[in-house]
Design a protein around this ligand. Structure first.
Ligand code: HEM
Length: 456
């Protein structure tokens, strides 16, 4: 992660002390090398050093929060906002005026604009598109064929987000373009965050050219989508209409840049996170044939052998639990950051204004202090009688508080439906050349998952 130099001023508040420095820092680089080399192991080990610990990332001090309770307190406290190196890098590439990076009154107004499209009652309206896309996947795949899970997962995630939220016939071709652009942009963005080589990324190397082309096409696509909707004169009841009709705090229409950045800010996190989770679901179905079989049997008993539909999802208990358990062990969003807006406290420790704070849903959701057999894939731990034993905030893949993902219902519905539709038709096995080890990027996903789809 990019680091910048800050000298935190530690406020002197009686009864509060400075968090301990996590062990293992080396001169000059501090914990930086460990964080770059194996960030998941590094973040997962931090709780052994304290509930809140200081990290040295080069010259910079960063605070890490390691317990479920304190990550909840952090996400719910008004003393912290979205900011810091991760967000600054995202803003530079994706725009400054979208909901994912805004704070304060603008953020509240933007959330009010987008929220209706994601409310629980709106989700059944997306059911037909989700069904069509889930079944389209199973008909695209031929029995025995090798599936490139990265491109297939990206494609379906982008198509569902684009078709449901930005509706329009033109979406099919655009959704394909979006999925290719986004895959390239996310790869390049992560590289730029972890290895901040600044001007070197402007040199005309093939990788830089490919990144710049994809980023430019992403912005162009969004402009085209907005312009075409306007030219059509239509105002369907969807997210794009809500964005186009939104007013600022003075009742004036919001600017073109904000509309543009808003569309980018919704489509980009929406596709990468869902795509990564679909990849892990496919990996889980291949690795745990007993659960794949259990999902298939459940789907068959709920649907009576008919194609699974949106209306069946709420009855698919085991399928839903497979999705949740996959998200526990492989959360797409594995690291989150905040910045203290004031001198404040967390867990009895002093946190100075301006401090950057990190925490890892990956580390929290795999902690043996919160889960028995914490590394086992065990969907039944989400059965109601066992789920109530899970500590509060130990499973928050969508976060909590005012930055909570607006799309939790939207995402869960499509993930369960896709899992059900593909499991009803196929079982999966990895083929040679497949690499399901974890690739750490802006999200977590398998390096290169290649599966053979076998009819049952
Ligand atoms: C925010 C996770 C899918 C749009 C977030 C945050 C998390 C998250 C953890 C909070 C970030 C923070 O606290 O700093 C996920 C996961 C998903 C998913 C795990 C799927 C498996 C989606 C989808 C969309 C979306 C499908 C849109 C189509 C957003 C937006 C925000 C956000 C706009 C920013 C909210 C704000 O700052 O107010 N997501 N997300 N997400 N997500 Fe998602």
């Amino acid at each position: 992660m990019t680091v910048e130099s800050v000298k935190p001023r530690i406020p002197e508040v009686p009864g509060l002390c400075e968090p301990p420095l996590a062990g293992g820092a080396v001169p000059v680089l501090g914990h930086g090398l460990k964080m770059v080399r194996d960030p998941l192991a590094f973040m997962s080990a931090l709780r052994d050093h304290g509930d809140v610990v200081r990290l040295k990332l080069g010259p910079k001090t960063v605070y890490a929060v390691t317990t479920p309770e304190l990550t909840g307190a952090l996400a719910l406290s008004p003393d912290f906002k979205i900011d810091g190196p991760l967000w600054e890098s995202l803003e530079g590439l994706l725009g400054k005026e979208g909901v994912a990076t805004a704070n304060g009154p603008r953020h509240r107004r933007q959330r009010r604009t987008i929220q209706p499209a994601f409310r629980l009652g709106a989700i059944p309206g997306y059911g037909p598109v989700m069904e069509e896309e889930a079944h389209r996947l199973t008909t695209r795949w031929q029995p025995g064929e090798t599936i490139d899970c990265t491109s297939e997962s990206f494609r379906v995630a982008v198509r569902i987000a684009a078709r449901c939220l930005l509706r329009g016939d033109f979406m099919d071709e655009r959704a394909e373009r979006l999925s290719i652009d986004l895959a390239t942009v996310f790869r390049g963005m992560y590289r730029r965050m972890v290895i901040p080589l600044g001007p070197l990324y402007r040199l005309p190397f093939p990788a830089n050219r490919e990144f710049n082309r994809a980023l430019a096409d992403l912005h162009l696509l969004v402009d085209e989508i907005v312009a075409e909707r306007r030219a059509s004169g239509q105002k369907p009841d969807d997210l794009l209409t809500a964005l186009l009709e939104a007013k600022d705090d003075n009742g004036a229409p919001i600017g073109e840049q904000e509309i543009h950045d808003q569309v980018v800010a919704i489509v980009t996190p929406g596709s990468e996170t869902v795509a990564s989770t679909i990849m892990w679901l496919l990996q889980v179905l291949a690795e745990h044939p007993e659960h794949a079989e259990k999902v298939r049997t459940e789907v068959e008993s709920v649907t009576g052998g008919r194609p699974v539909g949106f209306a069946h999802v709420r009855s698919l208990t085991h399928t839903n639990n497979v999705v949740v358990e996959a998200m526990r062990l492989r959360p797409a969003v594995w690291i989150l950051t905040r910045r203290a807006v004031t001198d404040t406290a967390l867990g009895g420790y002093r946190i100075p204004a301006g401090a950057d704070i990190v925490y890892s849903p990956y580390a929290i959701q795999r902690d043996g202090r919160s889960y028995d057999h914490h590394l086992d894939f065990d969907p039944d731990r989400w059965l109601p009688e066992r789920a109530k034993e899970v500590p509060k905030h130990a499973m928050s893949p969508f976060s909590v508080g005012n930055r909570k993902c607006p799309s939790d219902h939207f995402s869960m519905a499509q993930l369960s439906l896709i899992t059900a539709a593909i499991s009803a038709k196929y079982r999966f096995e990895q083929v040679s050349g497949s690499d399901d080890t974890t690739r750490v990027g802006i999200t977590l996903r398998p390096h290169n998952l290649l599966l053979r789809a076998m009819p049952w």
